[in-house]
Design a binder for this molecule. Structure first.
Ligand code: 13P
Length: 288
């Protein structure tokens, strides 16, 4: 099989005290750059797409084909999992059908009992096919795909119940926020992370909102049980900045600088560079 489930790579990371980077993809360029960076750094990787990004790209099947085909044509040798990010109940089922090798079911906006029931369904369906599952307890904060959650800290007791269902890894709010962190951000709540880690009894944890967290906090979170770190915004920011610089310098007006292969190159190079920097910070370099 070309793409793998995320279970094994995350369990290894958990034992080895590093974290697997889970980079969100948006299109062909993002997917290529993420694969290139991880191959060069010899890092296992989770490429993930939100439902909105998958729709933008043409649908779940398109995302599966894109990642599989690039994996083959680029001769990628590091383990690659394709994961649905913040999936709905229906979306998770559709991605399981379409060939994703990992899915997140995010039932954090339901009553806890309903979250538990729906998580159980998705776990049993996915596991029957060897697909890994991430579930979520409590809000994470910020805005993702137009959905804003209030950033509450996850309840350790609820985390224990979801962990007890046999979920492979668990997203739990510890003060992390999607998007740019505000100036007055309080930082990660390590007290809560410790309580959750103890409550889930060694289940690997997922840190959403991985863009812009100071690296000393990242390292501490990994030491305390975080084994998957999600990054979306940071790659978008470096791509946008490099593209703006190219245009502001008038490079698109010189020669054939308007050719998309030239116009998008500085942004792509910036994605590769930033992804490699994060891989180093997460400790997954040379772990493939
Ligand atoms: P950022 O956009 O803040 O990096 O968060 C990504 C994420 O958590 C995706 O689920």
């Amino acid at each position: 099989m070309v793409l793998v489930s995320a279970k094994e790579m995350i369990e290894k990371a958990h034992e080895g005290h590093y974290a697997i980077p889970a980079f969100n993809t948006n299109n062909l360029e993002w997917t290529k750059c993420i694969l290139q960076a991880c191959e060069e750094a010899k890092s296992p990787v989770i490429i993930q797409a939100s439902e909105g990004a998958a729709k933008y790209m043409g649908g779940y099947k398109m995302v599966v084909d894109l990642v599989k085909d690039l994996h083959d044509s680029m001769g990628i040798t590091v383990p690659v999992a394709l994961h649905l990010d913040h999936g709905s109940y229906e979306g998770a089922k559709a991605c399981i059908e379409a060939g994703f090798t990992s899915v997140m079911f995010d039932g954090s906006h339901y009553d806890f009992e309903e979250n538990l029931e729906k998580s159980k369904d998705i776990i049993s369906l996915a596991h029957s096919l060897g697909i890994s599952v991430e579930c979520e307890v409590g809000g994470i904060g910020g805005t993702e795909d137009g959905v804003t959650s209030n950033g509450e800290l996850a309840d350790p007791n609820e985390c224990a119940q979801i962990a007890g269902l046999g979920v492979d890894f668990l997203a739990a709010g510890i003060g992390n926020i999607h998007g740019k962190y505000p100036e007055n951000w309080a930082g990660l709540n390590f007290e809560r992370l410790d309580e959750i880690d103890k409550a889930v009894n060694g289940k690997p944890l997922v840190l959403h909102g991985g863009s812009g967290i100071p690296f000393d906090q990242v390292a501490k979170a990994i030491e305390m049980g975080v084994s998957k770190i999600n990054v979306n915004t940071e790659l978008q920011l470096v791509f946008a900045a490099a593209t703006r610089k190219y245009v502001e310098e008038g490079k698109d007006l010189e020669g054939k600088g308007y050719d998309p292969r030239k116009l998008l190159k500085p942004g792509c190079d910036a994605i590769v560079e930033k992804a490699k920097e994060l891989i180093k910070a997460f400790g997954s370099e040379n772990k493939a």
